[in-house]
Design a protein around this ligand. Structure first.
Ligand SMILES: Nc1nc2c(c(=O)[nH]1)N[C@H]1C(S)=C(S)[C@@H](COP(=O)(O)O)O[C@H]1N2
Ligand SMILES: [Mo]
Length: 194
């Protein structure tokens, strides 16, 4: 870490991501894990499809060097994630006309609002690996979302799929005062800045 890569305003560099989440770490073991992709009730409530981690492993893969920027102030840079670009899953489960956002889900009902255009960025990943190894349990094993260009509460660990929103809704932290978009470079930490 030579500090030469700029950090978003108000962030300080840490050498490794801190473990940050609400609630317990799910005990997954070797149980099968599946993700569900759907449309909100306002848009008809349709389930578009399901995917197991084994099926995910068959899809087009990508490696991304991506940061985590926690809204509490730390940033970890140049983390070597591997997984499937979220754009591949948007192609596979296309959003309905009139989609205004996406609620991404983690285990135990954790959720975050992410714009469709942010999921379509090439660096946004459904990640299964970090630094050449499977994710550690506390960092999201078996699968997590990584949206490196947004505050990392959007990067849902223990990823369970997403819901296309035709009527806007807020996720876990966005309901508790955090910003709907969450761009760290624009310091979009809190909802009063919306
Ligand atoms: N399922 C779930 N994912 C989550 C969270 C959470 O509480 N639950 N916290 C988020 C927050 S606030 C941060 S900063 C990052 C931290 O990722 P890390 O623990 O791998 O460093 O996870 C995000 N993903
Ligand atoms: Mo965070």
């Amino acid at each position: 870490m030579d500090g030469s890569t700029p950090l978003p305003p108000g962030q300080h560099l840490v050498s490794a991501p801190k473990v940050r989440h609400y609630g317990p770490v799910p005990r997954v073991g070797s149980r099968p894990w599946s993700m569900i992709f759907s449309v909100d009730q306002a848009g008809g409530g349709e389930t578009l499809g399901r995917l197991t981690v084994a099926e995910l492993a068959e899809l087009e893969r990508a490696d991304v060097d991506g940061d985590l920027h926690c809204a509490s102030g730390w940033s970890a840079q140049n983390l070597a994630w591997s997984g499937v670009p979220t754009s591949v899953l948007v192609d596979r489960f296309p959003p309905p006309r009139g989609t205004v956002g996406v609620l991404v889900y983690g285990e135990y009902g954790y959720s975050a609002n992410v714009r469709l255009e942010d999921l379509l960025r090439p660096s946004s990943l459904v990640a299964t690996g970090l630094d050449g190894r499977p994710l550690a349990p506390e960092h999201g094993f078996p699968v997590r979302l990584v949206v490196p260009h947004l505050y990392s509460w959007k990067s849902a660990k223990w990823f369970r799929g997403w819901e296309y929103l035709t009527a806007q809704r807020r996720g876990f932290w966005e309901e508790r005062g955090y910003h709907l978009h969450g761009d760290p470079w624009a310091e979009e930490r809190y909802s009063y800045l919306e």
